[in-house]
Design a binder for this molecule. Structure first.
Ligand SMILES: Nc1nc2c(c(=O)[nH]1)N[C@H]1C(S)=C(S)[C@@H](COP(=O)(O)O)O[C@H]1N2
Ligand SMILES: [Mo]
Length: 231
């Protein structure tokens, strides 16, 4: 009887030891300073991983919650329209946008679902693009239309004041399809649903109450990132 008890205790101890060990290994990969193998694999070869001492997140392979999945855009037939309350509607090619003055910004995307990604973005200033068409005095809102039918809007004044950019590059590589190739709106200080991806039209409007895809489903139209979440 005593022997059976001893053996059982031994067996239990061994089991406990094994499970503790695997537990601590899992914890190690959750450490904020340790990049997990999965995250590491999401970096593309040419992508930079650090910028002036800040650790960057991989620009591809974020959780994808887009309404119709990742879109593929044929760059040869791609056109970006600037329309609505403008002096003259303009149609821009991919290269037209790339030939404008370029700006680089280190900005964190915050999704309402709780995750975020810090990426080094590069693109053209949205104001420069809008100026090519010339905003009408009545325009106070910019509505972004995307290839998947997604729309969202941002006040024109925020776009000008924050010098928001339309990015074509992330962490110094060409913007990947998952992030909105060819263009994503880097909606600085706004929640993820304002970051329109696969943008095809920039519409100037005087409808400041316009509600985009998520906004018309109850999401706040201001979408300011709470100060507590800012990095
Ligand atoms: N065209 C388009 N842009 C979009 C979306 C979308 O479904 N379609 N989703 C938005 C949301 S809710 C977020 S958080 C960011 C990042 O989307 P993800 O969660 O799918 O990665 O893209 C935004 N831009
Ligand atoms: Mo989101």
């Amino acid at each position: 009887m005593k022997r059976v008890f001893c053996l059982t205790t031994l067996l239990l101890s061994v089991l406990l030891l094994v499970s503790c060990n695997s537990g601590s290994r899992e914890n190690a990969s959750e450490d904020v300073d340790v990049i997990s193998k999965a995250t590491e694999n999401r970096f593309s070869e040419l992508e930079i991983r650090d910028y002036k001492g800040t650790k960057l997140d991989p620009s591809a392979g974020l959780r994808d919650n887009s309404i119709k999945g990742i879109q593929t855009v044929d760059i040869n037939s791609y056109i970006l329209k600037v329309s609505g309350l403008v002096k003259s509607t303009v149609s821009l090619s991919y290269d037209d946008v790339l030939s404008l003055a370029a700006y680089e910004k280190l900005i964190t995307l915050h999704c309402v679902e709780g995750w975020d990604a810090t990426v080094l973005w590069k693109g053209a200033m949205l104001k420069d693009i809008i100026d090519l068409a010339g905003a009408d005095e009545k325009a106070d809102t910019v509505i972004f239309h995307c290839i998947d039918g997604y729309t969202t809007s941002i006040p024109l004044q925020d776009i000008i004041d924050k010098k928001m950019i339309l990015a074509y590059s992330s962490n110094r590589i060409t913007l990947p399809p998952s992030l909105g190739y060819p263009f994503i709106v880097v909606a600085e200080d706004k929640l993820g649903y304002k970051w329109a991806r696969w943008v095809i039209e920039i519409e100037l409007s005087d409808n400041s109450k316009y509600k985009g895809y998520w906004e018309s489903r109850g999401y706040d139209n201001e979408a300011d990132v709470p100060d507590s979440e800012k990095k």
